[in-house]
Design a protein around this ligand. Structure first.
Ligand SMILES: *Cc1c(COP(=O)(O)O)cnc(C)c1O
Length: 354
């Protein structure tokens, strides 16, 4: 149990009134905790949201020793505040920590800190349909040293951002660019960890895709550039000839919590589910023979993101006439229904904040 010291702001900000967008507005408070080698994690506290003051020689600025997480708080239909599977974020945080040589945070402390900061800023949880309070826990290495070594001091912080409906007009299919030149991660690298470097190296693909009118990038494996891996911040699913197929977790794919929830639901619904290698050629063949029924991404931000168009080199594939698939819609309705408490939560995924 953390003994969290709370200092409330004396100058609360105005709550936003217009469209929220994503990640642009921050709440009144933040959670901070220090790590010092020999002492461990210490001084957990909630303070008014503020800028940091760090040395220009700080390790994080040069070598990217960092991890982050992402989850959301929702105002349930019963008026209480809920999180979705935060224990999974706590576990994954430590998997990322291991890869980045960052000290563990006990899972229960991680979840306690999230609950505490959400409680303090609960008035910031938006209530319009599709909106939520995005939660960003992260750790940075703070030693002041230019040698390449693991830091002996860290900061764990949690910031909160009210975010708007991902699809204000209802689920809308996105177009995806399959990147055949740059890669995001390789086996043995850090693709399975949620860390800044994976995003830094993906920006270039994002720019290429945007320049061509596509909204997201689908990455291929880093060795042969032949097997499907994942979208920038989403895992990817295909419905091929009645079966649900998704790339297996091979070390270079981020193990999404939404991915896990989708797999659980599909299996429960009696669908045939395959976690395996899937090549881009297999995908093109399936599309040509009319067996590619649906494509969708899964991730905390959009929950389920139907894909209407895929481009690979000169091949442009239109999926299901560019409309939302039945399974995509059902998954979206079920996951968001459980999050808000509209649907019975038989898996115990919803966690009460207060
Ligand atoms: C966070 C993330 C996902 C989605 O994970 P969720 O836990 O479902 O939000 C997928 N891919 C990458 C690269 C990510 O960083």
């Amino acid at each position: 149990m953390l003994d969290i010291k709370i200092t409330r702001t004396t100058t609360p900000k105005e709550k936003p009134t217009g469209p929220l967008g994503f990640g642009k507005i921050f709440t009144d408070h933040m959670f901070i905790m220090n790590y010092t080698e020999g002492i461990g994690w210490h001084d957990p506290r909630i303070e008014p949201f503020h800028d940091l003051s760090i040395s220009p020689a700080c390790v994080i600025l040069h070598y990217g020793q960092e991890m982050f997480e992402g989850l959301k708080a929702y105002k349930g239909v019963d008026g209480h505040n809920y999180l979705f599977r935060p224990d999974m974020n706590a576990k994954r945080a430590n998997v990322s920590n291991d890869r980045l040589c960052i000290p563990h945070i006990p899972e229960e402390d991680f979840v306690q800190a999230i609950k505490a900061i959400v409680k303090v800023d609960e008035d910031w949880i938006p209530t319009e349909p599709g909106t939520s309070l995005y939660i960003r826990p992260f750790i940075i290495a703070t030693d002041v040293f230019l040698g390449v070594d693991t830091s002996k001091t860290y900061l764990f912080m949690i910031i909160l951002s009210p975010s708007g409906a991902y699809y204000p007009e209802g689920l809308a299919p996105v177009s995806i660019w399959i990147e055949d030149d740059f890669v995001r991660a390789v086996r043995g690298g850090m693709g399975f960890a949620k860390t800044s470097g994976n995003y830094a190296c993906s920006l270039i693909g994002q720019i290429k895709a945007h320049n061509d009118g596509y909204s997201q990038v689908l990455w291929l494996d880093g060795v042969e550039r032949k097997y499907i891996e994942e979208v920038g911040s989403m895992n990817i699913f295909f419905k091929i000839d009645g079966k649900v197929v998704t790339p297996m977790l091979n070390g270079s794919i981020l193990p999404g919590i939404t991915r896990n929830s989708v797999l659980t639901l599909c299996r429960d619904w009696g669908l045939e589910v395959e976690e395996r290698k899937i090549s881009v050629d297999e995908l093109i063949d399936a599309q040509k023979s009319g067996k590619l029924e649906e494509v969708f991404g899964s991730g905390t931000a959009a929950v389920i993101s139907p894909v209407g168009k895929l481009r690979y080199k000169d091949d442009v594939m239109t999926i299901g006439n560019g409309e939302i698939g039945e399974l995509s819609q059902k998954l979206y309705d079920t996951v968001t229904g459980i999050q808000l408490g509209r649907i019975e939560d038989k898996y115990g995924w919803r966690v009460l904040v207060d």
